[in-house]
Design a protein around this ligand. Structure first.
Ligand SMILES: Cc1cc2nc3c(=O)[nH]c(=O)nc-3n(C[C@H](O)[C@H](O)[C@H](O)COP(=O)(O)OP(=O)(O)OC[C@H]3O[C@@H](n4cnc5c(N)ncnc54)[C@H](O)[C@@H]3O)c2cc1C
Length: 862
């Protein structure tokens, strides 16, 4: 295939957009010999940096990193003059790239793509433009930008205004001189915050109309950081590699300390350092949990508000500038130069639209409810219809005449943010469902362009003419993207990330928050697994590798990845003593869980001697219901405090006393020691309820894993012995049987911490083969399950014990026992116990606590 000359109507590829993405895409495709035309509505290259020429327009990622990395020669010949380069400099850079690779001949400027229609028979797209062109292409790439479609102005009367109106997103090329003018700026997002200080330098009077205050920190702009330049000079490839495999798209050490783990003076010191650094990732990474924990977030937010109050002299203006309606970071924070100080100037005024909303724009200016303002010029910095606006503004019709706008009416759905079902051969660069606007976009763009170019090369080499994601793959990715968003604070903000700035736009978290590194890993894995989640077709036949690329909860995946990197020894390769010491060491630094009212250690009589216990009491006034809790650890490992975070969590959320019991362990005390100790402990607790601060008649049992086994067996033993009364059993991923050939054992045999070999090791220590079918080891095998306490059985998708947990729940139900089953999607045998680490488990733990509360409520006499 010959390279195109830009005028052919039959092309391999059409790319829409000539910004960072479209330019590099064209370069790659030409290198690969695909005939390609780029269509661009502007009359030159640059995209964002062509359109946004307002005063103060600059990048917010250090320019050393907001740059292409695909060509060392290009990098060597270009030097950025500032830490955050201005729009003219970035535009010059993109023009330089255009000239260097001679891209212009294949770009049609001043051409807006109006529509694109898929021809299923020919497996080709036909595009039409506002210039009357018709282009046919096999592959259609939308490189139309995430922030390229200005949001429609929703203020009445804009056409009435007699003075000049400027939009930051389409600023006049010749610039604007505001000297001596009365100017209004509407909007205090990034563009407003960057332009206001410079407009104030010229204007005679400046009134800023603010709907929502934003978090902003000083950019401390200047020359590029010498350390960073040194790093790049020393080993460019390593530097770029670490950017590509970083959370946000530039090298940055991920913080490990949570806010709560640091005293206030250290918190403050961390914040001040981040404030001084003047970089997005520094301030967003002040603490490990800034974006997932409201209290940690409040620490940073409050420090920024303190700074605003220190800078802005008028207390009322300062207060109005303090953001309080969204957690810090859940809207992209801004980097500014003198933004807040600008409000100390005598000719600058802030109008807080929350207090005094705009009624309409008039011929002379702006009328709010309380005042009439007169202006010579209006500057509208009102933002973008982000991520989807530019895509759906083209009338794209796919298979079965489905329009993309219709498909996305309730929110965009994509596979990897790159493709979408029913629209074969359509690629979206930095589309919704990819890190895009949450990252250094230069890095994310390069990654997408490379992925698409490699894909087209693969398809061509293998005789495929079409590619489309499967429904399963797309649904799985959407689920995963939502799972990632749901463990953060982002959904709490009415932000453009959520589509909330555009009236009528569905409220969906648009970008992928799982991290540039994790995302790249998923994209690479899709390719390694033969374009997993895609159906490919062509003269070579059909290839369909269906499935979901990320089924684990994102934080579970992150923990497992970390564990894999640590390359830890296998527990089953150790002696029980060493394994216990190892587990204790592993648990040493974990978060302990929420504060409880009181923790008391004590001893109670087991079946053969005293057993230690630890009691967790809620801070609320007692008495409380009691839960006898049995820890996990395969009857071999664990202790009364090994499950402390989970016990604390249950104590607080179920508002119950939790008594965690140190039942005897194998191999020192084998079957049925654990079972007998469990029952003995329950008997003792029932007899000492009041002393323990409990409510008589309100005793439940709970346990995790082997502890779930002990709890279930204790219920059977209590029933058979005629007491004590147990009002409910909460069984978290319990061992209920000794059959190791179930589907879940086979699926998860060597996967996720609890493996089949480890379970074998536990069984081998605990019980001889002929003992394992005894109902006190395998409660599922009890001849009769009727008359047992109501149960809540929690099973995890990626757990060898999943099927036996479900089987026990079904058997209980069949025997007439009320059962609630919680099937934890994307979780593993251990993940739900990781309180404070695996945030996605919080909802399941809350359900577990609710089940306990229900047991107790049901047991209260009417
Ligand atoms: C003011 C501002 C500052 C930013 N600063 C940063 C930053 O510091 N760091 C960062 O990572 N990101 C930043 N961004 C995000 C920025 O958009 C991306 O970094 C990057 O420039 C996007 O490149 P792109 O090629 O994907 O899209 P764009 O640069 O937006 O280019 C898309 C092009 O497609 C064209 N187009 C759209 N629809 C059509 C159509 N139907 N027909 C023909 N042409 C069409 C548009 O005219 C435009 O030229 C900023 C954005 C803005 C608005």
């Amino acid at each position: 295939m010959a390279a195109g000359n830009g005028s052919a109507d039959e092309l391999d590829v059409v790319v829409v957009g000539a910004g960072f993405a479209g330019l590099y895409m064209l370069h790659r495709l030409r290198q690969l010999g695909f005939s390609t035309t780029v269509l661009e509505s502007a009359d030159d290259v640059g995209g964002t940096w062509y359109w946004n020429r307002y005063p103060g327009a600059r990048c917010d990622i250090p320019t050393t990193d907001y740059t292409y990395s695909f060509d060392t020669e290009l990098e060597a010949e270009w030097t950025w003059s500032e830490k955050y380069a201005t729009q003219p400099e970035i535009l010059r850079y993109l023009q330089h790239v255009t000239e260097k690779y001679d891209l212009r001949p294949d770009i049609r400027f001043s051409t807006r793509v109006a529509a694109a229609t898929w021809d299923d028979g020919a497996s080709r797209w036909t595009l039409t433009t506002d210039q009357g062109d018709r282009l046919s292409c096999r592959w259609f790439i939308m490189a139309t930008g995430c922030l390229s479609m200005p949001k429609a102005v929703d203020i009445d009367g804009l056409d009435r205004f007699a003075g000049d109106v400027y939009f930051t997103s389409t600023w006049p090329h010749e610039g604007v001189d505001f000297t001596g003018q009365r100017v209004a700026v509407v909007g205090t997002g990034s563009s407003g915050i960057q332009s206001i200080p410079l407009i104030a330098e010229q204007a005679r009077e400046l009134v800023v109309f603010q709907r929502t205050p934003n978090f902003s920190i000083p950019a401390h702009n200047g020359p590029p950081s010498p350390e960073r330049l040194d790093d790049i000079a020393r080993d460019r490839d390593a530097y770029r590699h670490s950017g590509k495999w970083s959370r946000g798209g530039m090298p940055f050490e991920i913080p490990v300390d949570t806010a709560a783990s640091l005293p206030p003076d250290e918190q403050r010191a961390r914040f001040e350092a981040a404030w001084e650094a003047g970089e997005l990732f520094s301030i967003l990474g002040t603490f490990a949990d800034v974006l997932i924990n409201r209290e940690a977030n409040d620490v940073v937010a409050e420090h920024i508000r303190r700074k605003i109050r220190e800078i802005v002299k008028d207390p009322e203006t300062a207060e109005a500038l303090c953001p309080t309606d969204h957690p810090f970071g859940t809207k992209r924070p801004c980097l500014d130069t003198n933004y807040f100080a600008t409000f100390n100037l005598p000719h600058v005024r802030l109008v807080d639209l929350h207090k005094d909303p705009i009624r309409s724009i008039t011929e002379q200016g702006i009328d709010t409810i309380d005042e009439s303002f007169e202006f010579d010029a209006l500057v509208l910095a009102t933002g973008f219809d982000a991520m989807t606006g530019a895509i759906v503004s083209v009338d794209i019709t796919g298979r079965d005449e489905l329009s993309l706008k219709e498909k996305w009416a309730h929110g965009p759905t994509t596979y990897l943010g790159l493709t979408t079902t029913s629209f074969p051969n359509l690629f979206l660069i930095t589309g919704p469902g990819s890190p895009s606007v949450l990252s250094n976009m230069a890095v994310s763009i390069e990654q997408h362009v490379d992925w698409v170019a490699d894909c087209l090369e693969y398809l061509r080499a293998n005789g495929f003419e079409r590619i489309e994601p499967t429904d399963t793959a797309e649904a799985g990715w959407v689920q995963h993207t939502n799972d990632c968003g749901d463990i953060t604070l982002y959904p709490l903000a009415n932000s453009w990330y959520m589509g909330a700035n555009v009236p009528g736009k569905p409220r969906v978290f648009l970008p992928y928050i799982g991290g540039v590194d994790t995302y790249r890993g998923a994209c690479d894995e899709v390719v390694e697994r033969g374009y997993f989640g895609f159906e490919l077709a062509g003269p070579a036949g059909r290839q369909r590798n269906d499935g979901v690329i990320r089924r684990l909860q994102p934080d579970v995946f992150a923990v497992l990845t970390l564990l894999e990197q640590l390359n830890l020894p296998l527990l089953e390769s150790m002696s029980p003593t060493d394994a216990r010491a190892f587990m204790e060491a592993m648990n040493a630094d974990r978060p302990l869980g929420p504060d409880v009212g009181e923790i008391v250690d004590g001893e109670l009589p087991g079946a053969d001697g005293l057993l230690e216990y630890r009691l967790y009491r809620p801070a609320t006034p007692g008495p409380h219901p009691i839960v006898a809790y049995f820890h996990g650890g395969g009857w071999v490992l664990g202790s009364k405090d090994s499950d402390e975070p989970l016990c604390r969590d249950l104590c607080v959320s179920a508002d119950a006393v939790i008594v965690s019991i140190n039942y005897r362990h194998a191999p020192e005390a084998c079957f049925p020691a654990a079972a007998e100790d469990g029952f003995a402990a329950v008997q003792w607790i029932a007899a000492h309820t009041q002393e323990l601060g409990g409510i008589p008649g309100q005793l439940a049992v709970a346990g995790w894993s082997a502890g779930g086994n002990v709890a279930a067996v204790a219920c059977q033993m209590a029933r058979d012995a005629g007491g004590p009364e147990i009002v409910g059993q909460l069984l978290l991923t319990p061992v209920t049987d000794c059959d190791m050939e179930t589907g879940s054992y086979i699926e998860n045999a060597d996967g996720f911490v609890l493996t089949a070999p480890l379970m074998q090791w536990f069984w081998d220590h605990y019980a001889d083969a002929d003992e394992r079918t005894d109902p006190r080891a395998a409660p599922l095998r009890a001849a009769d399950l009727s008359g047992l306490p109501p149960a809540c059985v929690v099973t995890c998708e990626f757990d060898p014990l999943r099927d036996e947990g479900n089987a026990y729940a079904q058997a209980l139900e069949k025997a007439g026992v009320p059962v609630r089953v919680i099937a934890a999607r994307g979780h593993t045998h251990t993940s739900l116990t990781m309180v404070g680490i695996v945030i996605s488990g919080a909802g399941v733990r809350a359900e577990m606590a609710e089940a306990l509360r229900e047991f107790f409520q049901a047991s209260v006499p009417a």
